[in-house]
Design a protein around this ligand. Structure first.
Ligand SMILES: *Cc1c(COP(=O)(O)O)cnc(C)c1O
Length: 454
């Protein structure tokens, strides 16, 4: 099977044609099927002799692909959609064809160089120093975990040096923080102290200060080692008061991590840049280009103010790896929980390099304009109530008089009718609907069509 013969040549044609068709046309929204339905349609695909490339491709295009939602469809507004640019998607094909190892400078210097320039763009937008740097990891969950592991490693070193015995390590975060913070704490076997966001759902230093004082008076041998600020909550797009959180953390020698998996993309949008003030005080930050920076799955930019601290926490040592350890070479493997890595930042880099940063600012502003249109349409709608004015591009609202079951029924029917994918969420125990708008293809037309069913 390792032979580029005429059959493979013909297959390559088919595969490239399919890929281009998928890019060129608006895909159907599609929907999931049950395992039984899929087994009936696809059969058992793993056989001793193999199906042949043509037949396996047919099964994919006819059966499997239509059973996967098109997350880049302009009416896919649930969770956080994806909206990769044409350039980014095309370049993913190149990365796939190139067998580049993205873990070390020795093996992937050119790719690592390009990824680092893309990281530099983000780090400059955040106002981090020239020395900042990091790595593209799989997603925000791994990005947050890797940053917090570096934070604890740093705090442990300090505690060891001062001879202090710490009974339990503690992360402070907003009660609005993403579920991956709690998950990271479980993996690390540490606690999360949830501080209450204010009524406007923004976490401020005053709330953090009182939560910590109370907690430490009850648990004197526990140590707060990290404060997580959220730059764009997933449910409602709310940005914490990064300025006061950063000051508080820096003054109290606590690692300040900013989770901007969704929202930090808007650092490049002049109309909302001021909402992120204080992000420059962070020790680490993340943003997922696969969310609102128009890259395909999966890529999270993890950036450290002082990359040496990330490296100290994450470098793996083994006799066969030591040859890679040259102090002057930058090895992306050393900065997160991974070793082998695809240079997953390259599709993002290629699109950014090709289109220029202004195209990114324009596209992010564009989606926020669409969110403003959604706000207007919701305010004009007799049955709907806007939950709050969005800070970024997530618009949340309620349908007067509906129970949770009615929301779910409506959502299921919307997808069955192939109109849109919008799932119910909740806020303070009450069901809500939300539009997460990151796709420049989403327009007033799609929003009007959805709202007409409410
Ligand atoms: C999506 C998200 C995450 C998790 O990122 P994944 O890429 O899905 O792992 C973490 N934090 C926030 C704020 C998010 O929106």
């Amino acid at each position: 099977m390792h032979e580029f013969n005429p059959e493979v040549e013909a297959l390559a044609d088919d595969i490239l044609k399919y890929s281009l068709l998928r890019l060129r046309q608006e895909p159907p929204l599609d929907h999931a099927k049950t395992p039984d339905e899929l087994l009936k349609a696809a059969g058992n695909t793993i056989t001793e002799k193999g199906l042949g490339g043509k037949e396996a491709l047919r099964i994919f295009t006819d059966v499997l692909a239509p059973s996967c939602l098109s997350t880049d469809h302009p009416s896919y507004l649930a969770f956080i959609p994806s909206a990769p640019s044409e350039h980014a998607t095309l370049f993913d094909l190149v990365v796939g064809a190139s067998a580049i190892y993205g873990g070390s400078w020795l093996e992937g210097a050119g790719a690592v160089f390009a990824e680092n320039q893309a990281l530099r763009w983000i780090s400059d937008l955040a106002g981090l120093p020239e020395s900042a740097g990091g790595v593209f990891v799989q997603g925000g969950t791994i990005g947050n975990l890797s940053a917090l592991v570096a934070a604890r490693h740093t705090a442990r070193d300090k505690a060891k040096a001062s001879g202090r015995k710490i009974e339990r390590w503690v992360i402070v975060a907003s009660n609005q923080a993403h579920s991956s913070i709690k998950s990271a704490a479980e993996v690390m076997d540490c606690e999360v102290l949830f501080a209450n966001a204010d009524e406007d759902l923004v976490l401020r230093a005053s709330a953090v200060g009182s939560a910590i004082s109370k907690y430490i008076s009850e648990n004197p041998n526990h140590e707060i080692f990290a404060l997580v600020g959220t730059a764009g909550s997933t449910n409602l797009g709310i940005i914490d008061d990064l300025d006061s959180l950063g000051d508080y953390a820096n003054k109290n020698n606590i690692w300040f991590h900013v989770d901007g998996a969704y929202g930090a993309a808007a650092l490049c949008a002049p109309s909302v840049r001021a909402l992120f003030n204080g992000i420059e005080k962070c020790d680490s930050m993340i943003v997922d280009p696969h969310k609102w920076l128009f890259a395909p799955f999966d890529a999270c930019a993890l950036i450290y103010r002082n990359p040496a601290l990330g490296k100290a926490a994450h470098t793996q040592h083994a006799s066969y790896l030591d040859t890679l350890e040259d102090e002057n070479e930058f090895n992306p493997s050393d900065y997160a929980i991974h070793l082998t890595r695809r240079p997953r930042g390259l599709p993002f880099w290629y699109s950014l390099a090709s289109n220029g940063s202004k195209a990114y600012s324009d596209a992010v502003e564009d989606t926020m304009n669409t969110a403003r249109i959604a706000v207007r349409l919701i305010n004009e709608h007799p049955n709907l109530e806007l939950l709050m004015d969005p800070q970024l591009s997530i618009v949340a609202f309620t349908r007067k008089g509906w129970s949770a079951a009615e929301y779910q029924e409506w959502s299921d029917k919307l997808l069955d009718d192939q109109i849109a994918f919008v799932t119910p969420s909740a806020h303070q125990g009450k069901p809500i609907l939300r539009f997460a708008i990151v796709n420049p293809w989403t327009s007033e037309k799609e929003l009007t069509q959805i709202l007409a069913t409410l």
